[in-house]
Design a protein. Structure first.
Length: 382
């Protein structure tokens, strides 16, 4: 990984680069920061830079044989240890070495920004917590006692070092006290206070701060090709985390889309405009099942908000202004005489789409029923 591929973190990058250029690389470093800030990505870029055959004062070259292998995570002198647990594949005695294939695909997928929770999901063991076992520490000792194959530095990255169990941490301590020559340990952790004090005291601390808002905004705008103003809300909520910024941005886009489409749909139902409704329903067909379901689920949300609005509880609903106005205008048409029917209409629609029903027919049927339900008077007895 190149430093230039990492979002923001200019001052950390600068310090890491300087340590190499001034030949004062501490043999054991502890990167402390949240996974969403890019601490593992920085460790990867650092490992590549330190071994690059043609580095500049800003970055690795990206094309020398060492860089190429580092980028493929296939360099023989780049080692990893991370939390593992028993899985369908590894039924007993888990250790990092047995999960290298999954680890590489995990890193390629999220470029080093994944959390431990993401890792367990990737291993398909969401409900388990991983550990770094003493077996891992033994493997570290074995690997590092070998001469380096081709690199200047052997690099051992220990990800989520707070998951080292006591036995493993104690074994590792010996290595940190008497490190093999030309070996760089990078411990990456989120919470320093969960590490043994003795481990902490033998490592050089590198604090990885949250990603700066300006840098995060630029990253959202570049990735999703949007304006700064559109990135604003997602960046605010993400609190310096790149995966969260992406999550909130995509979610907001989906919400906005659902809002616009649902609004248009309900207007046509109000008007009872059959020809237009047929055309409209046709545009929903190519959406795919997940988006069709999300649109109906959005409808459920609107009905719920309408009930809140009718009970003067709209202040509980956090929505962009335009969407809030729509909900308020829609609310008088949702009342005790039709709410439950509207809800079951949408729920039944979701069920039918899940069962692979014919979308155009499902949406047309809902449209016809909504036309009727929207005309039901509020004072009609239940
Ligand atoms: Zn290079």
């Amino acid at each position: 990984m190149l430093f230039s591929q990492i979002i923001g973190q200019q001052s950390v990058k600068q310090k890491l680069i300087q340590s190499v250029q001034q030949n004062r690389v501490s043999h054991a470093q502890l990167f402390i920061g949240r996974s969403g800030s890019g601490s593992l990505s920085l460790a990867l870029a650092y490992a590549q830079y330190i071994n690059c055959k043609d580095r500049s004062d800003k970055d690795s070259c990206g094309v020398c044989p060492s860089c190429v292998k580092m980028q493929k995570l296939a360099h023989p002198d780049l080692h990893f240890v991370f939390p593992t647990t028993t899985t369908k594949k590894v039924k007993k005695d888990p250790e990092s070495e047995l999960f290298m294939e999954e680890w590489r695909s995990f890193l390629s997928k999220n470029k080093g920004y994944g959390s431990d929770q993401d890792w367990y999901e990737h291993l398909d063991v969401e409900n388990k917590q991983g550990t770094i076992f003493v077996r891992d520490a033994s493997t570290i000792m074995r690997k590092l006692s070998l001469k380096s194959y081709e690199a200047e530095y052997k690099v051992m990255i220990i990800w989520m070092a707070e998951k080292l169990n006591a036995q493993a941490a104690n074994k590792l301590l010996k290595l940190l006290e008497e490190p093999p020559e030309k070996t760089l340990f990078i411990l990456v952790a989120e919470q320093a206070d969960q590490l043994l004090t003795t481990v902490r005291s033998r490592t050089y601390l590198v604090k990885i701060p949250k990603i700066d808002q300006t840098d995060l905004t630029a990253a959202v705008c570049n990735t999703f090709d949007c304006r700064q103003a559109d990135a604003h809300d997602a960046v605010m909520m993400a609190d310096g985390s790149w995966p969260l910024a992406q999550h909130y941005f995509k979610h907001a886009q989906d919400e906005k889309y659902n809002f616009q489409v649902f609004q248009q749909w309900m207007r046509l139902c109000f008007k009872g405009a059959m020809i237009e409704l047929i055309d409209f329903v046709d545009t929903l067909r190519p959406l795919g099942r997940e988006k069709q379901k999300a649109l109906l689920a959005y409808g459920l949300q609107v009905f719920r908000n309408s009930l809140l609005a009718n009970n003067e509880l709209m202040q509980l609903v956090m929505l962009p202004e335009e969407e809030k106005t729509f909900n308020q205008n829609f609310a008088p048409f949702v009342h005790h005489a039709n709410t439950l029917s509207m809800v079951s209409l949408m729920e039944e629609g979701i069920r039918q789409i899940e069962r692979n029903g014919y979308a155009a027919l499902i949406f047309m049927d809902i449209s016809l029923n909504m036309m009727k339900l929207l005309r039901v008077k509020a004072d009609k007895a239940v």
